[in-house]
Design a protein around this ligand. Structure first.
Ligand code: ATP
Ligand code: MG
Ligand code: MG
Ligand code: MG
Length: 476
């Protein structure tokens, strides 16, 4: 089943069950505490916080997400994309645990002919929060999941809160057993690669107080109106339904991966290092295109830096695989072909997206040249001083001013028979990170004014949007 069809089925299923279809918000969060939207519930935050009363009791969306925290995982695990789409259904004081669990089970296990995804119920494993007997009882007695496929997990996995006073509550997750090829049995509690987490159901039932940190706060009592927030990873489900090994091989990403292989003359599936590079390129170029599509431009701070990092890592990986000239024009074109059917704005905006990408690539390739000159000079200096080690300051300077990733510096130095003082480099990076953290904290404290949510919801909350579905029908 193609990604576009997965998305269409999702929205149709929940719309038929009384949910208002809400279009994906921009990746650029209308939220001063967030750089980029990282979950489906973000645009609904004002409702959950009780800042604004929604005009609907049930909603559904397929939200674009970027998780910068997951960037390092890309290409290494099979299930983390830096960009992904979170399918969600939401209840505001309407159905609760039993309703959410029944809906999720129905959609996943209904046959394809009946509008579902047709997953084999025997492959689904459930996790619930440590003391959530109610959720366990529903899964076991109402749905009929055998008790041995229901596991309990602790706070870090299965309890949700927003990091501020307000709603919180236990989660329950649905995981898919991909079989012994992915490692030992034992359920999601012991093996996250084999038992792929696909859907998180959050039961907002308590109110939390301020406390001293994200995981240390008092529970003040039950919420007057209980809410549901769920999120299913579209790409993860696509992975299962398309019978592929990882997120980068599903229909929408695979086209980009194949184009990268073509441009470098590599064959996917023959060498681990090359495969990781190809996956990183497929993932990062897709994320970059989605970010540019939502108005982000490359820069040295915030979102602009996230974008710049994505593009530079993609370019760098293309070079590692042997590409010498510019490749982003081709890769971006392919990405727009892959994602355009679901995001027509990319097609309309193709020229601008291409121009931003090509300009950034040009700049980086020029810097690579400048940096290489600086590096060569430092290498000569070190050698004539009889040293076999390049100072950490040089690596830091290259990183800071020329955007040189450390692995590039290491590689060029090694070609000249030199090591790099990596400890020194890391120390300087750390110091810089601490400085940035302090700046960010100061910014966050100055900006945590929630009234901004009200403005957003006031201007957009009351609209019943249908163009999303209309568009999907029109272009697929
Ligand atoms: P994981 O434990 O695998 O990192 P998570 O617990 O961080 O996932 P949630 O915050 O529960 O993820 O998000 C809801 C759903 O969104 C997940 O169940 C998963 O299907 C999907 N998802 C989360 N992160 C990613 C990602 N980086 N790439 C693709 N899908 C993701
Ligand atoms: Mg995660
Ligand atoms: Mg998880
Ligand atoms: Mg989760």
């Amino acid at each position: 089943m193609e990604s576009a069809e997965i998305r269409k089925r999702w929205l149709r299923f929940f719309e038929e069950r009384g949910h208002t279809v809400v279009p994906s918000a921009s990746l650029v969060a209308d939220d001063p505490t967030l750089l980029l939207v990282n979950a489906g519930m973000v645009p609904f935050k004002p409702y959950f916080l009780g800042e604004v009363k929604p005009t609907f009791k049930r909603a559904t969306s397929v939200q674009k997400c970027v998780r910068t925290l997951d960037i390092e995982e890309v290409g290494k695990t099979t299930r983390h994309g830096s960009f992904f789409q979170m399918c969600g259904n939401f209840s505001f004081g309407d159905y609760f645990k039993e309703g959410a669990i029944a809906l999720a089970w129905e959609l996943l296990t209904n046959s394809v002919a009946d509008g579902g995804y047709g997953l084999d119920p025997e492959k689904l494993w459930i996790t619930v929060y440590l003391d959530d007997d109610e959720a366990e009882r529903i899964w076991r007695d109402v749905i009929g999941v055998p008790p041995e496929r229901i596991q309990r997990l602790g706070k870090s996995e299965n309890f949700w809160s927003m990091g501020v006073p307000g709603p919180c509550g236990p989660c329950s997750e649905i995981n898919y057993d991909r079989g012994p090829a992915y490692g030992e049995e034992g359920g999601p509690a012991v093996n996250g690669e084999r038992y792929l987490e696909i859907w998180n159901l959050v039961f907002m039932q308590f109110e939390r107080g301020a406390g001293t940190g994200k995981d240390d706060y008092p529970i003040l009592g039950d919420l007057p109106a209980k809410n549901i927030d769920t999120g299913l990873g579209l790409e993860r489900l696509a992975c299962i339904l398309q019978g592929v090994d990882n997120l980068y091989e599903i229909d929408t990403s695979r086209m980009i991966l194949d184009r990268a292989a073509e441009l470098t003359g590599k064959v996917y599936g023959q060498d681990h290092t090359t495969d990781v590079s190809l996956r990183v390129v497929a993932d990062h170029v897709r994320t970059a295109v989605m970010l540019i599509g939502d108005g982000v431009v490359p820069g040295n701070e915030g979102r602009g830096y996230v974008l710049r990092r994505m593009m530079r890592r993609a370019i760098r990986n293309m070079r590692l695989m042997g590409a010498e000239g510019a490749t982003l024009h081709d890769l971006v074109e392919t990405t727009i072909k892959a994602m355009g059917p679901q995001y027509p704005n990319l097609v309309e905006d193709a020229e601008r997206i291409d121009a931003v990408s090509v300009a950034e690539e040009k700049r980086f390739l020029a810097r690579l040249q400048e940096g290489t000159a600086l590096l060569d000079e430092s290498i000569v200096k070190a050698k004539s001083a009889g040293s076999r080690v390049l100072p950490g300051e040089v690596a830091f300077l290259l990183h800071d001013t020329e955007g040189f990733p450390i692995d590039l510096t290491l590689e060029i130095a090694a070609e000249q028979g030199l090591a790099v003082d990596e400890d020194g480099f890391r120390r300087l990076m750390n110091e810089q990170r601490q400085r940035a953290k302090k700046d960010a904290q100061a910014r966050k404290q100055g900006l945590a004014d929630l009234s901004v949510y009200r403005e957003v919801a006031d201007s957009s909350g009351g609209t019943v949007f249908t163009g999303y579905l209309d568009t999907a029908n029109e272009v697929t």
